[in-house]
Design a protein around this ligand. Structure first.
Ligand code: SF4
Length: 356
């Protein structure tokens, strides 16, 4: 055990792409027992603090369009024919979206994620989102804006970038081998293509996974490694919320300890990348949530996407009690050596110089 953790920490502190954590090492993290859990989290914490200190970046979701999706992602309460009890509405007005975003910023959020259900946007939808971005920025000029609109077609990523969007979220969710077990209306390769398109347009790529959908440890490691190949700037880790009325209703495979091991594995595989604690954290980590902050450096604030999160205030208390601080807007999230590849500043094609 100590040999494994020493190797993971050494590799994590170096973050040398030529000497990455191996598949066997990542699998070994997931195979550790509960008696070793605190050692695993402490090792992940050393890597996390090397690149992100004690900072926690807060993110806030604004649901622009909810439900009524023609796709059939098995985990999603907004899928075609879902009987889940979620709000269904088409396109929030730009002002309502800006109001919601401002509430998140007031709660400490540094990034606002504008989310719309659906397979992907039409060009008209992209124009609509451009109007939302303008309204959000009028109220909060410094906020980072991420869009999450589904699969993109040629030219749409560039249009979003021109509109002032900083980042684009599109998760791989699970391994290529099990993708057909969670969705039949699009393919894993479609998702990979969209992540590549966003990077090609100069958007900061955000792409992560969902754990607890019936996948094996190998699948979890495979999706983490596939994400490493894509080299996103942020990796959200979701834990399945098995909504009633979806095919994965009743799927309860996670324990707080297992969720922590998954987060630690993702941290070791992505040592210097923003690892975000996302959906299902309250449900699955429960009282161990503060330990998760030693693995993840980013978290969704308050209630998010079709579910109730902890109220913002208790999140802030948890962060402070665990010895972490909320990351301010004037601080770069990413380590200096990644600044050159993260187009954080707005404006098409603009790159940020390394802040050595
Ligand atoms: S495409 Fe998005 S909104 Fe539609 S079912 Fe899949 S995850 Fe849900």
């Amino acid at each position: 055990m100590s040999e494994l953790l020493s190797s993971l920490v050494a590799k994590g502190l170096a973050a040398d792409p030529e000497d990455p954590v191996t598949r066997a090492e990542a699998l070994a993290v997931l195979a550790t027992g509960d008696d070793d859990l605190l050692d695993v989290v402490a090792a992940a914490g050393r890597v996390r603090r090397r690149w992100f200190g004690h900072r926690v970046k807060l993110n806030y979701l604004v649901n622009l369009k909810s439900g009524l999706c023609p796709e059939d992602c098995f985990y999603c309460s907004q899928r075609l024919g879902s009987r889940a009890d979620v709000l269904k509405y088409t396109w929030l007005s730009a002002q309502d979206a800006a109001d919601a975003a401002a509430a998140g910023v007031a709660g400490g959020a540094k990034r606002v994620c504008l989310v719309a259900s659906g397979r992907g946007p039409t060009d008209r939808d992209v124009d609509r989102v451009a109007g939302v971005v303008e309204a959000v920025r009028e109220r909060n000029p410094e906020v980072e804006v991420c869009a999450c609109l589904g699969l993109l077609r040629d030219g749409q990523a560039a249009r979003l970038r021109e509109a002032g969007v900083d980042a684009y979220n599109h998760n791989l969710n699970t391994s290529e081998a099990t993708y057909q077990d969670i969705c039949t209306t699009h393919e894993f390769s479609d998702r990979v293509d969209t992540v590549r398109q966003t990077q090609g347009a100069g958007l900061s790529a955000c792409s992560g996974l969902i754990a607890g959908m019936g996948e094996s440890a190998e699948d979890l490691v495979d999706v983490a490694l596939e994400l490493r190949t894509l080299d996103p700037d942020s990796v959200p880790v979701n834990f399945l919320m098995p909504f009633e009325g979806t095919p994965l209703e009743g799927t309860w495979e996670l324990t707080p300890a297992k969720a922590l091991r998954i987060l630690a594995m993702v941290r070791f595989v992505h040592p210097d990348v923003e690892v975000r604690l996302a959906g299902g954290r309250e449900m699955h980590l429960r009282t161990l949530q503060p330990l998760a902050l030693h693995c993840a450096n980013s978290v969704f604030l308050g209630d998010y996407l079709t579910s109730e999160g902890q109220a913002g205030r208790s999140d802030l208390e948890m962060i402070a009690d665990a010895g972490f601080v909320v990351e301010g807007t004037s601080t770069d999230t990413m380590p200096a050596h990644r600044q050159a590849v993260v187009p954080r500043k707005r404006g098409a094609g603009t790159e940020v110089a390394p802040n050595a």
